[in-house]
Write a protein that binds this ligand. Structure first.
Ligand code: NAP
Length: 328
């Protein structure tokens, strides 16, 4: 496994991060709390990740309604692996019914971090990520609170997720002006099918020395080629359980683009999933891609992808081939 500096910090993370969003649920969707991987499967996935040298684990307080953090906490305790793991969790999503049970207010963040540390059975997290933007809380309130957490030793570094570039630039400016901790990483979606971050977020990250740790590099599994036009989705698959985030992508143009990716992968002698993961990892601004295997078998494309090195020209060729097929 290759390790890379987390942005301009001294922290080093594995080039693949283990997404733990499927432990005890499917992300933060309340209707699916209690679904997803059970604890035995989650433990097996974490064991395998660590064997492969994947030491960067990504979770959130809201994944599985807290179950993901609880499973990680029990795994860290039972395996004695806390010091080997770069542990990242998030705050923002609603964790109760009250008016202050979500968002990025000082009140909620201070409460949420204690709850996360308790579930994770640790005194500190390496990375604390604001899961979404909160337009109702001033950025300076959130950043001062995160600064307090760093000084209290509960958090080592902070990151932002699902943010626009302008808001992230404003946050960096506020941190600078206030002399408080600044975001050192950004976690937005990035894949061959979702490239919004290329326009503004990636250039900002490169300019400001931010780590970039994209989520959903396989577009929820679409890029593995497991879904086909006119065929029922496989039972229990992401698109059957949680179709919402992918609805706009599932169309004939996308399936033609996926056929082009399949052809490209065949010519290179790799699987589609491995090529799609390598495409994300090989962007020079990308620090680590967050993968979401649901079983030991699903690690295969991730492992394979580490052997695939793509140049800028290779990445462009794949994009153009997919775009041409989409428009055909
Ligand atoms: N910050 C945020 O807002 C945010 C949002 C989303 C995710 N994340 C983080 O990023 C992590 C990864 O996101 P993601 O799960 O969306 O990533 P992803 O890699 O795009 O999708 C994972 C899904 O792809 C399918 N898959 C993976 N390997 C496969 C294989 N070898 N063959 C066939 N299907 C395969 C599985 O679908 P099936 O379920 O159909 O088997 C799996 O659930 C999450 O766990 C979480 O930590 C963060």
């Amino acid at each position: 496994m290759e390790y890379r500096r987390f942005g301009r910090t001294g922290l080093r993370v594995s080039r693949l991060g283990l997404g733990c969003g499927g432990f005890g649920g499917v992300g933060s969707e309340p209707a699916l709390f209690g679904h997803g991987e059970d604890e035995a499967t989650a433990f097996a996935i974490m064991d395998r990740a660590l064997e492969l040298g994947i030491t960067y684990f990504d979770t959130a307080n809201s994944y599985g309604g807290g179950r993901s953090e609880e499973m990680i906490g029990r795994w860290l305790r039972s395996r004695g692996t806390r010091d080997e793991i770069v542990l990242s969790t998030k705050v923002f999503n609603r964790m109760g019914q009250g008016p202050n049970d979500g968002g990025l207010s000082r009140r909620h963040v201070l409460r949420a971090v204690e709850d996360s540390l308790r579930r994770l059975q640790t005194d500190w997290v390496d990375l604390y990520v604001t899961h979404e933007v909160d337009p109702e809380t001033p950025l300076d309130e959130t950043l001062r609170t995160l600064d307090d957490l760093v000084h209290q030793g509960k958090v080592r570094y902070i990151g932002a997720s699902n943010t626009e570039a302008w808001r992230l630039a404003k946050a960096l400016w506020i941190s600078d002006r206030l002399g408080v901790v600044r975001y050192d990483g950004v976690q937005n979606e990035y894949s061959l099918l979702r490239r919004e971050i290329e326009a503004e977020v990636l250039p900002l990250a490169a300019d400001q020395g931010l780590a970039v740790t994209p989520f959903s590099p396989l577009a929820g599994g679409l890029l593995t080629g497991k879904y086909a036009s006119g065929r029922e989705h496989p039972p229990g698959s992401r698109l059957t359980l949680r179709p919402g985030p992918y609805a706009a992508m599932v169309n004939e143009g996308t399936f033609r683009a996926l056929d082009a990716l399949r052809a490209e992968a065949a010519e290179l002698g790799v699987s589609m999933g491995a090529l799609a993961l390598a495409w994300v990892r090989c962007h020079p601004a990308v620090t680590a891609a967050l993968i979401g295997p649901r079983s030991l078998e699903q690690f295969a494309p991730a492992v394979e992808s580490l052997q695939v090195a793509l140049t800028a020209a290779d990445r462009d060729r794949i994009l153009h081939r997919m775009a041409a097929a989409r428009e055909a």
